[in-house]
Design a protein around this ligand. Structure first.
Ligand code: KIV
Ligand code: ZN
Length: 558
């Protein structure tokens, strides 16, 4: 008989499923398994010192349950427990968790590791799937139940002998999503009975893992809803999720399973863990944050967390990872950049239009909430639109270039980007702006301009200009109806360009005594062409005349 290599996983028989119409409205409890599942899957696992730094970071972020290792697996793992406990390095409100196989000598060693701790979770696991029973253990179901019950009884006894510690119990039927639901329930009920002391205040944690992601996320949700609905003392257990990412859907599976009634999520920062990793807690937690849920975890300096994890694990974070990836808040396309610019400017309208404080095109959250900066929002490449370039100058440097000047600047930026053959940064855009518009090379150099109001009519100006033309210093005088017209009349005497000054635009950059005026002056030429020059000075008239000289140098260059 020929059988297919793969087949569609069987649906869960749950016609009355409720989860598809539920929303997640409150935060689950979060348990970091970075130092166990995450660490065991690193090409170069962390040493105790590195684990300690990681542990402190997790505590600082607000994690209250942290699996810190597999104490019976090695001396280092055991000693790490001892160090944290003996050196009083565990915050009072944090539960440390340790994994053990369900074997008597390993359990004994594990409980020894917990001695003297204030709050601990002993985590035992066993795989009740047919696959494991047949091909790994060679056991029958009854034998497996006996083993789980014996392990639980032994843990209970050893925990009872440590009355100074608040020791909780977590049981994981490994490969839950590949195990017959009725059998998972049966073994979990027996474990629960044996533990015997779970209450709503101190529940037994039933951790139901998708050890390997073999099913679509909706199946996981169905299984969790079924389990929650069929467990005898639902209020005395905490239903916990532990999903791996073999099909790239661990975050989705976790969210659907939370909708299905789970209370708790185990995972790792950035999804480190066996094979394709555990569910990424950074994404899961920030997803809930993005919907206005108080998660209890502080990712306001995510860049620092990312840097620390990269350093300690030796594994780089993928560029496009949500929230933390380098490109998570980067728009390459000009139309996206332009839309972001417009959206941010109209942010004040968001509460009334959309009933929320943040609603911006292409940015589902405010990057600042995870410590990302606006200056990293947009990178300029040869595809970038004019609007995006203006946005970078405004955001990063407070420079508000007028709309009419944007196409001209855009051409320079594009030409530069093409010449270097890569995306360019905000700093490079600023340099182009400075070099091309503020201080372009050319034959004219302004040494000084002295505008003097007329003694009888102070609006009438007598101007004196000192300027170098091709290195030769000249002094010219002229009058005008204002400081700018007096300057233009004077400078026209020493240069051979037919131009007039159109309406110009000015702005202040910076505040208080350090404020500078920026003047953007369009010089209109005889052929109707317009060339912009930009001038900066603490005095607005001086800024405007500098802008005119910059424009004249640009004309000469052309
Ligand atoms: O993936 C898994 O099933 C595990 C268990 C030990 C909980 O890591
Ligand atoms: Zn795992």
């Amino acid at each position: 008989m020929s059988v297919p290599k793969y087949k569609i996983p069987e649906m869960i028989n749950l016609p009355s499923r409720q989860w598809p119409s539920k929303s997640i409205t409150t935060s689950p409890q979060w348990c970091s398994v970075d130092l166990r599942d995450g660490n065991q899957a690193l090409p170069d696992p962390m040493d105790p010192e590195q684990k300690l730094e990681y542990f402190k970071m997790l505590c600082g972020l607000g994690f209250k349950q942290i699996e810190i290792g597999f104490p019976s697996a090695s001396h280092d793992e055991f000693n790490f427990f001892r160090k944290l406990i003996e050196e009083d390095l565990i915050p009072n409100d944090v539960f440390i968790m340790g994994l053990t196989q369900s074997r008597p000598h390993l359990i004994e060693r594990t409980l020894e590791a917990f001695k003297g701790c204030k709050r601990g979770i002993v985590h035992a696991y066993i795989a009740p799937s047919d696959l494991h029973m047949r091909q790994v253990f060679g056991m029958e179901r009854e034998q497996l139940i006996e083993m789980a019950v014996a392990a639980t009884g032994q843990i209970r006894e050893l925990a009872d002998a440590m009355p100074e510690s608040d020791i909780r119990y977590q049981f994981s039927p490994e490969e839950f999503t590949d195990t017959a639901l009725e059998f998972s329930l049966e073994i979990c009920e027996k474990v629960f009975e044996t533990w015997g002391k779970a209450t709503p205040e101190a529940p037994l944690i039933m951790n139901l893992p998708a050890t390997v992601e073999r099913r679509p996320p909706n199946h996981y949700a169905d299984m969790i809803e079924w389990f929650c609905g069929n467990f005898s003392k639902r209020d005395c257990i905490s239903v916990s999720l532990h999903s791996h990412n073999d099909q790239g859907m661990a975050v989705a599976a976790t969210e659907l399973a939370l909708m299905a009634g789970a209370d708790r999520v185990e995972g790792t920062l950035f999804g480190h863990g066996e094979r394709t990793g555990n569910v990424d807690l950074v994404t899961s937690i920030n997803n809930l944050y993005s919907r206005g849920i108080d998660t209890g975890i502080d990712f306001s300096d995510l860049a620092n967390v990312a840097e620390t994890v990269e350093r300690l694990t030796g594994m780089p974070i993928y560029y496009r990872l949500p929230y933390a990836g380098e490109y998570a808040f980067t728009a390459f396309s000009g139309s996206h950049q332009d839309a972001i610019n417009k959206g941010v400017h109209k942010l004040a309208e968001a509460p009334e239009c959309f009933g929320m404080g943040w609603k911006v095109p292409y940015l589902h959250i405010d990057p600042a909430d995870v410590g990302r900066k606006f200056e990293r929002l947009i990178r300029i490449n040869s595809q970038s639109g004019k609007g995006g370039i203006a946005w970078v100058l405004e955001q990063d440097f407070g420079i508000e270039i007028p709309k009419a000047m944007q196409p001209e600047l855009g051409k320079y930026v594009q030409a530069y980007s093409e010449s270097v053959g890569r995306e360019i940064t905000g700093d490079e855009v600023h340099t182009i702006f400075q070099n091309e518009f503020v201080s372009p090379e050319g034959p004219y150099e302004l040494i000084g301009y002295w505008p003097r109001p007329d003694d009888n009519d102070p609006t009438f100006i007598h101007g004196e200009v000192k300027v170098k033309v091709d290195g030769e210093e000249k002094v010219v005088e002229a009058d005008g109806n204002g400081p700018i017209s007096a300057f233009v009349n004077a400078i026209r005497k020493v240069i051979d360009v037919d131009f007039c000054v159109d309406d110009y635009h000015e702005q202040a950059v910076g505040k208080g005594a350090d404020a500078q005026a920026l003047a953007y002056v369009p010089l209109k030429l005889a052929d109707d062409g317009v060339i912009f020059g930009v001038g900066a000075d603490s005095n607005i008239n001086q800024a405007a005349v500098r802008a005119i000289v910059a424009g004249l140098n640009r004309i000469a260059k052309k």
